[in-house]
Structures are given as structure tokens and as C-alpha cells.
Design a protein around this ligand. Structure first.
Ligand SMILES: [Zn+2]
Length: 434
């Protein structure tokens, strides 16, 4: 027996409650698994050894609400409210995007995210079987769905591309290579109807799939739902059985206290997208209250059109400082809690908590190495503090998923970055002009 890769003399932030942090430690990987994690040196040999006291290893990041194909619209329509942004800018632009354009944009987003420490996405967009293929090639994990929209009383699933993509993902890609999961999507309460919710709830229940939905993102959405149904978005979706399945609910900015109890009771994950919610002036999620009430909260960027980046380190810092200022309370969302949102809580939201999200012997080697030998990361009174308040995505020097190195020291090991950049400029961008 030999390790495929052995880290030596490193600091390890495990995110495991029993053993949070190890200094001058060893982490060994065999195949897809972590098989050694200790301050004791192993006796087994290693095919490759990395000895570097400046490295911090931690679980790879989970970006639990994305629209990766929207990087083609990065900087395309800034500074609008969500409804004007969607109706007048984003949806008309998206109607022009070809399959190849979305493919180029998703590849660029995945490359950007892998290089800044993300190992898994929860994505809702179009041409999702293509994204499944891309993620298998890139080596990352992803929970994927298309989010059906329906503005009439009846949902014609046979003629809806979104539903066809959901069933194709389920049939052809669910659990592929242990990396891909097919989710079932609902774009949002305000863009669909009870027929969609019940179909989605039933399909997810029958096949034991997760659900991904936008929930109470804006005050307008929340209040119009109350007027339409006499219930909040959370209450109406719960009434129609949606939350009887493991659900990832993006945003949850305007959820009421009663809604929080529903999310807690049903085990729904509330995704915190602080950058997107601030830039689109949607508001600030009451994250502290959600956590205090026992709701699983994970972290996300949302699209690179909403917040112009796929770098989750930006959101780590933003989440950690935002609530201190808004609540006038410096103990809000401590750095360790925010790291947990981006790792362990994200793995739970995707249904991957049994094999990923913490560093521990027996877990999958889904991890990143951060190079702390940088001027802005010295000194290091607290590793967790430096990771959240001082580090940037560009400090990630290595990203591994299932034991496979996806990115190392500026090199993408599974993707052709020059081709991806070329395709964005020469394939994706021209679509917008058509
Ligand atoms: Zn979204």
C-alpha cells in the first residue's frame, strides 16, 4: 500500500467537530479517499509527497446556488432591481444564447471556481446535460437542474425543455462517477404554479432526488405571493409537498419567523447569497436568526451576472462582516461558522454529507490547499480568521476532488483554459449581438 499523495508538515482545518484543527500534520490520499490524517507520520510510502509548512488544507468549497452559464453576462446589466434586471435585461439576453454560448460560459465559470477553491455547485440553468458532461470532464461535483417556469394554470411538461432536461439528467447522469446528482428544479413560486410544484414534489419523492428553488428573494415576490395565495412562498410550497424532499432554497431574504420554523422542521437548506442580494438591492437575509432557529444555512455566489464573480472566498468575507454591521453586533456569524456554511452545510444541502464536507479518514478527498506565504496572510494568529477575513480565492494553490488534482499553481489539470477563454470571446459573446 502506498499513498497516491501525502501532504506533510501542513496545517489542516478539518471542519470536523471532534478535531477542528491540526498543526504540523499529515494527510494521505489513496484513490478517492483520505486514508491518513494525523500529527503522527505514517509508515507507508507515497508516490508523491508535498511538504510545505505554509499550506493550509481545508474542505473544498460548496457553491450552493449558481447559474454558471451566466458568466457571459458578467457586467452586462449592473445596477437594476431584480424584476427590471430579469424582465428587461437578462431574460431577453438569455433568449439569444445558443447551446454553444452557454457551454462556453459554463466552462469559464467552472474554471474560475475551481481555481478559487470550489469543488461543488448547485446549479440551475439551461442545457444542463452539457454541464453534467463538463463537470465530469473537469472533475468537480455538481447538483444540477433546470428550473421550470409556467405562467398559465396548466403545466405542459411534455413540451417544456426544462422538464425534458430534468428527466434526462436523472436518467443519464444521476450519481455519475459519484460527482453528479440530478436535482428537480422549481424556478420560483412567482414564476410557476401548483401544477409544477406538485409534479416536482412527486417526481423528487418517487426518485429520492433533491429540489432546488428560489425562495422569498425580494419583498415584492414575498408580498405578491401572500396576495395571490394567502400564504408566504415557504408556506405555499410546503403545503404542496415540495419540502417533503431535501430542498435547497436560494436567498430566503424575506422569510418570516414562521417560515423559518417550516424550513427547520422540513430540513430545508436556506442559501445565503450576500453579494447578489446586496447588489440587486433585494435585502439582507436574517442569517443569524435562521442559524439560531436551527436552519441549515449554506453559502453561494449566485450568478456571475448578479455578483460578477464565481469566487466564494469573496462571499465568505462578505457574509462574516455583513451581519456584524447590520445587526450592530460584532459576534454575529463568527469566521468558523461562515466556513462551516461554505463546507459542511453545503455538503448537507447537496446530500453529500456522508462522504464529503469535512476532512476525516474515510471521507472523499475533496479538499483545497491555501498558500499562506503571502504578505496579506502574515502573521497568522488564527488560521480560520485569515481564511475568512484575509484570504482571496487566488490564494488557493491546489484543488482536489475525489482525490484527483483539478488545479495546481495556476494550471488547470482537466480543462483547456486558453480554449475556454477563446470560446467565450468568439462563440458566446457574438450571440448577444444577434
Ligand atoms: Zn438564482
Amino acid at each position: 500500500m502506498a499513498f497516491d499523495l501525502l501532504f506533510k508538515g501542513v496545517t489542516i482545518v478539518t471542519m470536523d467537530d471532534d478535531c477542528p484543527e491540526l498543526k504540523n500534520a499529515y494527510l494521505g490520499i489513496e484513490g478517492r479517499k483520505i486514508t491518513w490524517l494525523s500529527t503522527e507520520a505514517p509508515t507507508e510510502p507515497a508516490t508523491r509527497t508535498i511538504e510545505n509548512s505554509h499550506l493550509v488544507l481545508m474542505p473544498g468549497l460548496y457553491n450552493t446556488h449558481t447559474h454558471l452559464g451566466m458568466s457571459v453576462l458578467r457586467g452586462y446589466a449592473d445596477e437594476y432591481t431584480l424584476d427590471v434586471w430579469l424582465n428587461e435585461h437578462i431574460w431577453p439576453a438569455e433568449a439569444k444564447l445558443s447551446r454553444e454560448a452557454v457551454g462556453a460560459a459554463t466552462a469559464l465559470s467552472v474554471a474560475e471556481a475551481i481555481a478559487s477553491g470550489t469543488v461543488s455547485f448547485t446549479d440551475m440553468y439551461f442545457f444542463m446535460p452539457d454541464l453534467a458532461e463538463l463537470c465530469l470532464k473537469a472533475g468537480c461535483m455538481a447538483n444540477l437542474t433546470n428550473g421550470p417556469m409556467c405562467f398559465g394554470p396548466v403545466y405542459d411538461k411534455e413540451n417544456d425543455r426544462a422538464w425534458r432536461e430534468i428527466t434526462t439528467l436523472h436518467r443519464d447522469y444521476h450519481n455519475a462517477d459519484g460527482r453528479i446528482k440530478a436535482d428537480v428544479g422549481i424556478h420560483g413560486e412567482y414564476t410557476s404554479n401548483p401544477a409544477v410544484w406538485e409534479l416536482v414534489a412527486g417526481y423528487a419523492g418517487e426518485h429520492r432526488l433533491n429540489i432546488h428553488v428560489h425562495l422569498s428573494e425580494t419583498k415584492k415576490e414575498h408580498e405578491e405571493c401572500l396576495a395571490r395565495h394567502g400564504l408566504t412562498p415557504a408556506a405555499v410550497l410546503a403545503k404542496h409537498g415540495v419540502f417533503d424532499n431535501r430542498t435547497t432554497a436560494a436567498h430566503c431574504v424575506w422569510v418570516s419567523d414562521e417560515d423559518m420554523d417550516i424550513l427547520k422542521d422540513k430540513g430545508v437548506t436556506a442559501v445565503h447569497d450576500p453579494g447578489s442580494n446586496l447588489k440587486l438591492a433585494s435585502g439582507v437575509q436574517r442569517t443569524h436568526t435562521l442559524l439560531e432557529r436551527g436552519v441549515n444555512v449554506s453559502l453561494a455566489t449566485d450568478s456571475a451576472c448578479a455578483i460578477n464573480t464565481n469566487d466564494l472566498f469573496f462571499e465568505l468575507k462578505l457574509a462574516a462582516i455583513l451581519h456584524k454591521g447590520v445587526d450592530l453586533e460584532p459576534t454575529r456569524l463568527p469566521a468558523a461558522q461562515v466556513l462551516k456554511m461554505a463546507t459542511k452545510n453545503g455538503a448537507f444541502s447537496q446530500g453529500r454529507e456522508a462522504e464529503s464536507g469535512v476532512l476525516k479518514v474515510g471521507m472523499d478527498a475533496d479538499l483545497i490547499a491555501v498558500d499562506m506565504d503571502k504578505p496579506h496572510l502574515i502573521p497568522c494568529h488564527s488560521v480560520v480568521s485569515n481564511l475568512v477575513y484575509a484570504a482571496r480565492g487566488s490564494d488557493v494553490c491546489m484543488t482536489l476532488c475525489k482525490g484527483r488534482v483539478l488545479y495546481e499553481q495556476g494550471e488547470w489539470k482537466t480543462l483547456d483554459i486558453e480554449r475556454i477563454k477563446y470560446d467565450m470571446i468568439h462563440t458566446a459573446l457574438p450571440c448577444l449581438k444577434g
